[in-house]
Every structure is written in structure tokens, then in C-alpha cells.
Design a protein around this ligand. Structure first.
Ligand SMILES: [Zn+2]
Length: 253
């Protein structure tokens, strides 16, 4: 299969996985089963018919409404499906249609529910962090066996860096961010450095804008939790991390 064809397959698979990630993001923080019952309209509770549950298209064809009760269905669902499809296709285009894709593919997939749940509840579930750490510890030796030590050091260093930040500024950082940073290091290896840098810059810039607009007290209330910025940094780390590290080393050393 050509890389382009594999990217199309990855986009379709990514959209289906994105549909499941919507379920995970809704049910995991509510401690509901991820498999039963099937998807239901959150307003009227009617089961969603399989033909209406097609990622992105189902929502578009029903113009964002429940077929049974007509209540609006959030545009977030198709957006998450589309973003997951793009991430999967992008990983295949970036890493090629071979075994190099599994580590970045699992990583970007993990970042989607982390982002959604942190935005909604300001928590990052331990279940996701344990699953991520286990996956990274299995996938790195399997597919990047030469870089196991690098990934372990990156995980420990990122965890320690955020632990210090969380102890120094408990209002800005939570233990969820500390664990997420560690998991990101396990997946990314040295590319976790530009990932964290990106997260800090993006989060700080947006924080400054929000405080300038709404004032410090109100800005804190409106503040976006840090997990989504780490996830954004993680995506940058996947697609450009190694190039950024090489650029930095060439320029400054
Ligand atoms: Zn309904």
C-alpha cells in the first residue's frame, strides 16, 4: 500500500477511534462503562442508530440535531472525530506506513481524551496516565529498542521538572500535569523538550491575553487548564520535535 493510501485508511480509522474517544471523554470522568450501553442522545436518552453514528457525516446529515427529539448535538463531537482523523493521517504521512507509526499513533490518540476531560473537569484521569505509561513502556522497547534509555530519562526529567513547578506554583499546575509530562517524556524521548517549551509558551501567551482582557481574578476563573497546552506541545513534539532538537543543537552548541 502506498503511503497516501495508508493515510486515507488511517483517516477513516482515526475518525472511528475519535468517535470512541468522545465516549471515553464523556463517560470516564462520570465513572460510566465505556462499552455499555451504546451511544445515546444526552437530552432524550434515545439510542443513536448505527447509520446516524457515522463519524462527522452523521452529525452533518442531521444538521447537528438528535433524530428522535431534535435537541442540538454539540459540534464538539464531529470536531473531535475530524481532528483524530487528521492526527492519524498526519502520523502516517510523517512516519510512513510501517512499524514506526505505532508509538506516535498511540500517543496522539491518548492526548485527545486527556485534552477533553481536562477542559471539562480540570482533571487528568489516572486511568489514562497509567494506560499511557504502560503503552509507552511496551511500545518503546518493541519499536525503538535503541532509544529505551533516552525515553526513560526523558520521562523522569519531564516528571521532575513539572513536579518542581507544581510544588513551587500549586495554583498553576496540578499533579495530573506532572504525570502527563512524565508520560509525554516516555513517548517522545528527547523531543519532549520542545514539546514542553511549546506548552509553556502557548499557555503563558494565552494566559497573559486572558488576564489583560478580564483582569487577574476573573482571568484565573476563565483560565484554561494546562493539560491541553501539554497536549498541543505533544503534537508539536511528534511532528517537529526531533527537527527542533537538531536545530537547537546545531545553532547553540
Ligand atoms: Zn434526543
Amino acid at each position: 500500500m502506498s503511503t497516501a493510501a495508508a493515510a486515507v485508511v488511517a483517516a477513516i480509522a482515526g475518525a472511528l477511534i475519535g468517535s470512541f474517544l468522545n465516549v471515553v471523554a464523556y463517560r470516564m470522568p462520570r465513572r460510566e462503562s465505556l462499552v455499555r450501553p451504546g451511544s445515546r442522545c444526552p437530552t432524550c436518552g434515545s439510542p443513536i442508530k448505527p447509520y446516524d453514528n457515522v463519524p462527522v457525516l452523521g452529525w452533518l446529515l442531521l444538521r447537528g440535531r438528535c433524530r428522535a427529539c431534535g435537541a442540538p448535538v454539540s459540534a464538539r463531537y464531529p470536531v473531535v472525530e475530524a481532528v483524530t482523523a487528521l492526527l492519524w493521517a498526519g502520523v502516517v504521512l510523517r512516519f510512513g506506513a510501517d512499524s514506526d507509526v505505532w508509538l506516535p499513533l498511540v500517543f496522539v490518540t491518548l492526548l485527545v481524551p486527556v485534552t477533553l476531560i481536562d477542559l471539562d473537569f480540570h482533571i487528568i484521569p489516572n486511568t489514562l496516565m497509567i494506560a499511557g505509561a504502560v503503552a509507552a513502556l511496551a511500545l518503546v522497547p518493541a519499536f525503538e529498542s535503541g532509544d529505551v534509555v533516552e525515553h526513560l530519562i526523558a520521562g523522569a526529567a519531564a516528571l521532575a521538572f513539572f513536579l518542581i513547578a507544581a510544588v513551587a506554583y500549586p495554583a498553576g499546575m496540578g499533579m495530573g500535569d506532572v504525570k502527563l509530562a512524565g508520560v509525554m517524556g516516555l513517548f517522545l524521548g528527547r523531543a519532549v523538550a520542545p514539546a514542553i517549551f511549546t506548552a509553556l509558551i502557548a499557555g503563558t501567551l494565552v494566559g497573559v491575553v486572558i488576564i489583560a482582557r478580564f483582569g487577574a481574578a476573573e482571568g484565573r476563573k476563565k483560565g484554561i487548564p494546562f493539560g491541553p497546552w501539554l497536549a498541543l506541545g505533544g503534537v508539536v513534539g511528534v511532528f517537529a520535535g526531533d527537527a527542533l532538537v537538531d536545530w537547537y543543537l546545531d545553532t547553540f552548541t
